[in-house]
Ligand binder design. Sequence first.
Ligand code: ADP
Ligand code: TRP
Length: 320
Amino acid sequence: MRILSGIQPSGALHLGNYFGMMLPAIELQNQGEALYFIADYHSMTSVFDAAQRRKNTLDVALDFLACGLDPKKAIFWRQSDVPEVTELAWILTTLTPMGLLERCHSYKDKLARGISANHGLFAYPVLMAADILLFDSNIVPVGRDQKQHVEVTRDIAIKFNETYGQTLVIPEPRIREEVAVVPGTDGQKMSKSYGNTIEIFGDEKAVRKKIMGIVMDSRTPAEPKPDADKNLAVQLLKLVAAPEVASDYESRLRAGGLGYGDLKKALFEHYWNYFSAARARRAELAGNLDYVHQTLKEGAARAKAIGHTVLSRTKTASGL
Ligand code: ADP
Ligand code: TRP
């Protein structure tokens, strides 16, 4: 079984990225051949500063390795180090109906938010299809917002196989329902583009301020809160605290007597402890960048070997 996922270097990674994609990906590295990459070509649709891209790319590498991606188990590389993917993207784009891309929510959402679209943003799902199909991937662990893109990938692969004969492996998205959409500090989906994130490796003071600033309702601490399970801090606490600890806070909130300030304090403490070992590993890695660069380089060589075979097969099938 081959497992593949990617993450864009478009800003600091947050709890949504971690619980929605990185943790499932890290756990899956024990269950098959895992391939994870930093999607720097994808980031070109929204980041237009070269130094920023370089910095973000290194940050994602540090974050992912610190969180437990193990290069002995998983192949880990930077997308642009295996440019074969862009060649496959061209081949696939010729089989992609315009309507399929026009229906993509993530594209439509960006337009709705007033982002002026370039062709890359529109064609993004085709590059993502190439990312997945270039490595004969079976399973793609992602958050729910990426499900449609994996479905587009399946449609394109099926179209290729119908047109040129059985060539490409049809992948499947793997979404963990309990963390499919991690809420941000405003209750909407946590996302870099909504300014509502809690970063995995945020500065202590800044994150404490963000968490203490989560807006709650005006009920007094003494009042019972029958909707305690819907409370944002409770929902986030469930991610970073032991189940019995989180459910104890939830019951105390439900019964009345627990103030929102104390609840948010507890959330911050548990968040901070949850990532303490990873934080130490990240500091260590940051002091050993040669290791990080070397890891990405070796990963790229391994990814290239697989990608090259699949690309050749695809070219032969299509008469190139
Ligand atoms: P963002 O929305 O912050 O730009 P990305 O689109 O870069 O995040 O997402 C990277 C990965 O993290 C994807 O697999 C995505 O589904 C997942 N992800 C992002 N935000 C969340 C969230 N709030 N809940 C669950 N998964 C998420
Ligand atoms: N589109 C994904 C995101 O924004 C990142 C990504 C690019 C990806 N290529 C991929 C994810 C291939 C899984 C598989 O989060």
